[in-house]
Design a protein around this ligand. Sequence first.
Ligand code: MLC
Ligand code: AMP
Length: 498
Amino acid sequence: MESNLFEVLRKPSDGKTEKIFLRDPDGEPLTYSEVFKMSGRYSAALHECGVKEGDRVLVKVEKSIDALALYLACLQSGAIYVPSNPRNTVEETEYLSQDAEPSLVVFSHGCVQNVNSRSETLGKINGSLTSLAESLPGTDQVTQRSGSDLAAMLYTSGTTGKPKGAMLSHRGLIANAIALHDIWGFEPEDVLLHCLPVFHVHGLFVALHCSMLSASEVIFLNKFEPDIILDHLPEATVMMGVPTHYIRLLGTSRFDYDMCAHMRLFTSGSAPMSTLVHEKFQRQTGHRILERYGMTEAGIITSNPLKGERIPGTVGFPLPGVKLRVAQDDRECGIGELGVVEIQGDHLFSGYWKQPEKTAAAFSQDGFLITGDIGSIDENGRLSLQGRSNDMMISGGENIYPKEIELCLEEFHSIDECVVVGLPHPDLGEAVTAFLILNGEFSEAAMDQYLQSRVANFKKPKKYVIVDALPRNAMGKIQRSKLREEYSSLFSDAEDHD
Ligand code: MLC
Ligand code: AMP
């Protein structure tokens, strides 16, 4: 059995090489063999840049077919792919580059910043790495890897603020890809509508690996734009999205029964989908969304069934190979009892990069990953999630930690105290909201300017609420839950979805 994920993805199945793989609406369709040729050329280019097996390649680029070929090239040449959100600020990128110690950093052409390592650029026009790759003959050679070798490292934020690199092995990614591909019934005739970012597990692994294992076609859209999605939906059979994507599609009149009649599957995840949205989706399209649950450290963990009942408000059953329990105070909970979801299996990450203490703290004594999600298991073994044991917010499918924003806001000259919570939002699920106690002048424009270089735009508070005091318990600890309750309808009448 192959140990390098690249070999598993490239393995020829029924004439795979000549099949169309990627259809970018702005370019010519590319076959599997053409994309693997691109990967071979990028692999040669990585070699020319001195990248060796086990080296990290930090990649902060816009979504593109070249970015995907670069991902495959990293796998092919045994390097560790480290994607970054292209919206990250200079400071955030500096942190990633210091922490990951990459031997190469790749930026989009025109968006280069100073880093300690060698850097190159990606881009059809004037991209230095792209030009180098195009000048080389390319290679078919695949660097041998053992299952435990790392294929990728994805940064996730944490309760203490600084992002941690989740180390993902070839074995783990292969296990999750095969399990998903099987349970979701992927076939060569499938056409996936890909509108997710490719720096998360959802867009990079879940969507692409499922398609590649079955040699399916992928309509590769650079961005989530409802009109463009709807233009291409008639050519697709499967779509994967986060709840915000579906909420936005449901807000258009074109997204109806007829438009969706031919679709085989819509999946949703990365954030909770409300029962109301589930039901509206079924009324408007005739489809029941298949909701699944995952996380960076584990890939996909549970899924509602492809055949069988998909129940709104539940995230379904553990994937083959996943052991799952709900526990509280070191005790496994009974049926229906709430506790923290804990998991074990081949698909789990190998720990946090250079952070043995944080890795140890993430696992129970008997080796289960403590996810931080609160849930319960019913008598049939279905999992339902109820929230989180920490303060993480999920806005439009992006995780944001209050601490990171609070540390920043506290340094603003006129803020005495602040607390950040996620409040229910009709479009984003949760919207970052800052409660401030001031000791001087405050304007949103000045704050916007101040945050510009400090945190990526999507993490900025959508509203600032000026208060005289913050609710505290007897120990003096701020009661975030009180703020969430009291201000729960702050965004409910929002007309402006930003
Ligand atoms: C963009 N903006 C956001 C935002 N995304 N604000 C809050 N939350 C978000 N998620 C802001 C920008 O900063 C900008 O603000 C304005 O919205 C317009 O930016 P945009 O880039 O044009 O936004 P848009 O394309 O509308 O993006 C919204 C979105 C996108 C929901 C389509 O965020 C998205 O595709 N999210 C998917 C995330 C995802 O794939 N998650 C998977 C994680 S993996 P300004 O102020 O600059 O105008 C995982 C595991 C698992 O969780 O189970 O899958
Ligand atoms: P990330 O760290 O970006 O991979 O996000 C993982 C987190 O997203 C999980 O721990 C959950 O809190 C959340 N999540 C993923 N899928 C779902 C879902 N279907 N319902 C609720 N929360 C989800």
